[in-house]
Design a binder for this molecule. Structure first.
Ligand code: ADP
Length: 327
């Protein structure tokens, strides 16, 4: 079973690789981010220096990894991708850092989960391109300093608030990724359809985009499901009605909410009269992980105004009651 899960994961990431834009001009939306980075790239190239360390934050699937790969491409360097939970021992991060070539980009996902000791190694690496390592133990312990090649750290996180300030302060550029607008997501769906050689009308692409919770990764995933559906039914091109029918089948509603979103909202309404309810209580009553609620589900529900956060907890708004048919 585990093997199967791993295979599927690998499969998904392979498919995702195929869909990633490689150049900044193919990266749709995120205007503010792109203008900040365009200047940073030009300035760094002009000085023949690596790009400043960059911290990207925002919900999953909005294009943090993709942007990091594009930056490396634009700078003409390699991008190494890793995730903080994979760097359990200090020597893991040391190994990565010493292997970097001049100017390389190191993409570190979920940076808020870096163990303290690895985080401290990063401080001097980021600031002075130097590793301070302690050799030996007790009285005979010595600190050795190893020079590193200049590099760019791109940190990514879904929770900027969980970063320590010494780490956050070492990033020259801190940028938030936003949920995408409908027209931007529609373009992403159309671009993906072209890569997948799938015919879809503009209205069909819009329908997929509308249900994608402002998130490119979800838009691409929904398009694959709609494409399966259309293929099996022998329908081409994919119209709005076909896209809508397919997504109903997969329980993605017209606002893009899936089964779990609706579970969270209906638990708030039915068990807590709409709130306020605390995160942990909500997690217990839905059987969902508190962190997943906070990082994955809630940001979009906040964005579309179905949830509000108050000092006493979360509240389901009248719009949520209406959407779920309680009023
Ligand atoms: P994150 O690192 O924020 O979780 P990714 O960079 O892995 O998100 O993006 C997920 C997928 O969404 C990528 O495979 C890519 O195809 C698509 N994607 C993300 N951002 C964009 C964008 N701005 N334009 C087009 N496709 C995008």
């Amino acid at each position: 079973l585990l093997l199967q899960a791993e295979a599927t994961l690998e499969e998904t990431s392979k498919q995702e690789e195929k869909l990633r834009p490689r150049r900044i001009e193919d990266y749709i939306g995120q205007k503010d981010l792109k203008s900040v980075l365009a200047i940073a790239i030009q300035a760094a190239k002009g000085r023949k220096e690596p790009l400043d360390h960059l911290l990207l934050y925002g919900p999953p699937g909005l294009g943090k990894t993709t942007m990091s790969l594009i930056l490396a491409e634009e700078m003409g360097v390699q991008c190494k991708i890793t995730t903080a939970p994979a760097l359990e021992r200090p020597r893991d991060i040391v190994g990565l850092l010493v292997a970097l070539q001049p100017g390389d980009v190191l993409f570190l996902d979920e940076i808020h989960r870096l163990p303290r000791i690895s985080e401290e190694i990063l401080y001097s690496a980021m600031e002075d391109f130097r590793l301070d390592v302690t050799v030996g133990k007790g009285n005979t312990a010595k600190t050795r300093s190893i020079p590193l090649k200049p590099f760019t750290l791109v940190g990514a996180t879904t929770r900027i608030g969980s970063l320590t300030s010494p780490l956050r302060d070492r990033f020259g550029i801190v940028q938030r990724l936003r949920f995408y607008e409908l027209d931007e997501l529609t373009l992403i769906v159309q671009r993906t359809a072209e890569i997948l050689k799938t015919d879809i009308t503009e209205e069909g692409a819009q329908e997929v985009a509308r249900r994608a919770r402002g998130t490119p990764r979800i838009a691409n995933r929904l398009l694959r499901r709609v494409r399966d559906f259309a293929q099996v039914k022998g329908i081409s091109p994919i119209s709005q009605a076909v896209a809508a029918e397919a997504l109903e089948l997969y329980e993605v509603d017209p606002c893009g909410l899936d089964w779990t979103d609706r579970l969270i909202l209906s638990a708030m309404i039915e068990n807590f009269k709409g709130g306020p309810v605390g995160l942990e209580t909500l997690a217990a009553s839905t059987g969902e992980d508190a962190q997943a609620i906070e990082d994955v589900y809630e940001p979009y529900l906040l964005q579309i105004g179905f949830i509000q956060r108050t000092s006493r907890g979360r509240i389901a708004t009248p719009a949520a009651w209406k959407h779920l048919g309680y009023v």
